[in-house]
Ligand binder design. Structure first.
Ligand code: SAM
Length: 248
């Protein structure tokens, strides 16, 4: 059988598409994409033209069977999503599951992932973390979901969109407490990349006070519960670092 290559694409900066990702995309019989128009643009930016197959939430089950048949017949395929790593808040797990169940080799071409990129610059404990993806769109559902992780001691990662960032921060401050530390990573790898840190109350005020901070794509990272001692030590170290700049 062929191989299903799961290929990460950039989350903004096209320079993040790896040479191996390009080689892989060039070599496969077809590329399964979430939005074929979007992926066609990406490929043509790199001078590539491949047959594209749509694989999204609504047709994934039906498509998966056909794609697995092609893989079993010996064709290799690539799976990409619109941005970052497929399957991470994106379609693909049904296809990957079906391919694995059929004994097809599934191989990753790793690359950008917004959650991991944000975690890597957040400066919050990163040895153990929980990816919560998107919160429910409705207020009550969102607060319910937040309540369920309010006591979680590991660092929490959320995806958020521009039109809900303010409400999400307000609900986080409400459920987790306004003093909980958090980081907002916005537009990573893009022109207006910003990483803000502070208490949830701070961040809420900064986002409310600056319309620019409500534009684009967001990862919100929230410190876990009950790590008070660690948080105080980190705060102390932060202050010390600032002070020592002045004392130089
Ligand atoms: N599969 C993607 C990944 O690996 O990151 C995530 C896809 S999900 C549909 C899109 C969400 O990811 C956005 O709403 C935002 O929360 C986050 N995201 C994507 N690109 C981002 C970026 N450049 N900066 C910050 N967040 C981003």
């Amino acid at each position: 059988p062929g191989t299903l290559h799961v290929v990460a694409t950039p989350i903004g900066n096209l320079g993040d598409l790896s040479p191996r990702a390009l080689d892989t995309l060039r070599s496969v019989a077809a590329v399964c994409a979430e939005d074929t128009r979007h992926t066609r643009q990406l490929l043509s930016h790199f001078g590539l033209e491949r047959p594209l197959l749509a694989l999204h939430q609504h047709n994934e089950d039906a498509q998966a069977a056909q794609l697995v048949a092609r893989l079993l017949a010996g064709e290799s395929l690539a799976l990409v999503s619109d941005a970052g790593t497929p399957l991470v808040s994106d379609p693909g797990y049904r296809l990957v599951g079906a391919a694995r169940a059929a004994g097809v080799r599934v191989s990753p071409v790793p690359g950008a992932c917004a959650a991991i990129a944000a975690l890597s610059v957040a400066g919050l404990p990163s040895d153990r973390f929980v990816f919560e993806g998107f919160l429910p769109a409705k207020g009550s559902g969102r607060r319910e979901r937040l309540s369920r992780v309010a006591g979680e001691t590991r660092t929490l990662l959320f995806y958020e969109s521009a039109h809900r960032i303010e409400e999400a921060l307000a609900d986080m401050a409400l459920v987790f407490g306004a003093a909980r530390r958090a980081v907002i990573a916005r537009e990573l790898t893009k022109l207006f990349e910003t990483v803000l840190d502070g208490s949830l109350a701070d961040l809420q005020a900064r986002v409310a006070g600056d319309p620019d901070q409500r534009k684009g794509e967001f990862v919100v990272i929230v410190e876990g519960a009950g790590e008070d001692a660690d948080a105080k030590i980190a705060e102390g170290q932060r202050l010390y670092a600032k002070l020592s700049e002045y004392l130089k």
